[in-house]
Each structure stands twice: as C-alpha cells, then as structure tokens.
Design a protein around this ligand. Structure first.
Ligand code: SF4
Ligand code: SF4
Length: 266
C-alpha cells in the first residue's frame, strides 16, 4: 500500500498525471477518491473490499478533461478498461493504469497489451450464489425463466443505479430517456421494467465483462448482472471471444460480416 501511495504522490507531484482515481477508507467500506495532491494520495488504500469498478469514471469527459490521469484498477476494472479500449473509448496516451497484485506488489502497465497479457491467465468466475442461480435458470423451461425474471424485475423501480455503475453503459443519451419516439415507458411497471432490462441486456450483449457492479448497485438486490453474464458465456463460442477478455472481432450486436451464418433468422 505504501508503494501505491508513494507512486501516486510522485505522479501527481511531478505532473505526470492530473489526478489519481483510487480507493480510500469509507464509513463502512472503501469508497472512490480522486487524488489531486500528494497529501490526498496518502489516503489511498487497496484491499479485497475495494469493489467499486472505478473504470466507470474513465468515460466521464466532464470529470477527466484533457489531461492524463492514473487509475488504481482491480481485476474487474482491468477487464472493463480493455473492453472500453477495443470500443475506442480510451486514449492510451492519457491513461496510466496501476494495480496491486495478490502478492501485494504494485504493478504499472505501459499499455493495453500489457493489461491483456496480465489478465489472460485469470479466469472469470461467478461466486457460489450466482453460479447456483445460473444453474437453476439453466434447468428451467423458457416459461419458467420468464416467470423468474418477471418476478425479479417486478421489484425494479427504475433508479438506473445499475446503468450508472456499469463502465460499459457510457452512451451520452440512453434509450430510456429518448421520448421522440418514446421507445420505453419511463414509469415502473411490469412491462416497462422488462422493456428496460431487456434493452439493457441486449446493449451489453457480448460487451459485459462480468464485473458485477450493476448488481452490487441495485438497491433491491436484483441479480441483474446474471442476464448479461450468461449472454456473455453463451455468445463467446459463437463470436470467437473468451468471457472476460476483450473481443477483437467486434461486438456481436454491432458488427456485421458478409459470412455471418444468420441462422437465428427463422
Ligand atoms: S456485470 Fe453489470 S456492470 Fe459489469 S460490465 Fe456487466 S452489465 Fe456492466
Ligand atoms: S439498480 Fe435495480 S432497481 Fe435500479 S434500475 Fe437497476 S435493476 Fe432497477
């Protein structure tokens, strides 16, 4: 931790970066901090409770400005950074990525290729409870799955915390706010909730990196990440990407190839 604080303080003091995004102690658990001074860098921490996916801030132009910034990235955040990079949302020259290894060593990445090599051997895993739900869903009929998700979504009150927490939800205008035409009813009701969540899942199809930030942010505990994570696992073999690794073949729903099988058209 001392090395992280020292390095962050040096980066700020010598002007290499305008600020460092990281974690500090919060009331009950670590919270994000934006260190603009060496003194603030002294508050940085990094431990297993640092679960906010800080990569979500990397597409906030109003926050970042045009200067170079550094970020303390967990493994899920590193995955998000790579996906944002393949979607051309990040400028490598303006970003310095740091992490702390499981041996408590500070690691600094020179480029996105180094990050990709680093996470290549780290398998994306669901925790026990999430795997249990996925296994249960896989054993259900289509009607039973629809009932499961309708029941879960009935608790949604459209706070959009899941969207705000997701690093890959970076559109400046979300479809839920488009009202000419009004594609999705803005109020919370069973059909409107399903419309919103199906749209969200489809927008993230094959792009979700499985960080779980959306589910962690949901105040009513909907396991919303499982929709997009399951899609990621199902689409991976079809579209030639490994779940949790960036797809260099383009995103499934936004890339067209002349030799697409199109066997989904019936
Ligand atoms: S798990 Fe949720 S927050 Fe993380 S990338 Fe997927 S949809 Fe976004
Ligand atoms: S965070 Fe939960 S309650 Fe809020 S919009 Fe997302 S699913 Fe609905």
């Amino acid at each position: 931790m001392d090395k992280l604080r020292q390095r962050a303080a040096t980066l700020i003091a010598d002007g290499t970066v305008a600020f460092v995004i990281g974690y500090e102690e919060g009331t009950n658990k670590p919270r994000p901090i934006f260190c603009h001074t060496a003194e603030e860098a002294g508050k940085l921490i990094y431990n297993s409770q640092c679960i906010h996916n800080l990569a979500v801030y990397l597409t906030k132009k109003e926050l970042l400005g045009t200067e170079k910034v550094a970020i303390t990235a967990t493994i899920p955040a590193l995955r998000s950074i790579l996906q944002l990079a393949v979607e051309n949302q990040l400028n490598q020259e303006k970003l310095l990525v740091l992490t702390v290894t499981d041996k408590d060593e500070l690691k600094e990445f020179a480029n996105f290729a180094e990050i990709e090599a680093y996470i290549a051997g780290i398998q994306l895993k669901l925790d026990g409870k999430e795997q249990e739900i996925i296994t249960k869903l896989e054993g259900m009929s289509r009607e039973e799955r629809w009932k499961f998700w309708t029941e879960e979504m009935s608790h949604c009150f459209k706070c959009y915390a899941c969207r705000a927490a997701c690093p890959l939800c970076y559109c400046t205008k979300c479809i839920v706010e488009v009202n000419r035409p009004q594609w999705i009813n803005p109020w919370s009701a069973p059909l409107a909730n399903m419309e919103w969540q199906i749209n969200r899942a489809m927008h993230l199809a094959g792009r979700c990196t499985g960080c779980g930030a959306c589910a962690d942010a949901c105040p009513v505990g909907i396991p919303i990440d499982l929709l997009t994570r399951k899609m990621m696992e199902d689409l991976g073999p079809e579209f030639g990407f490994v779940p949790g690794q960036p797809s260099h073949n383009g995103n499934p729903l936004s890339t067209w190839k002349a030799d697409d099988k199109e066997n989904f058209i019936k």
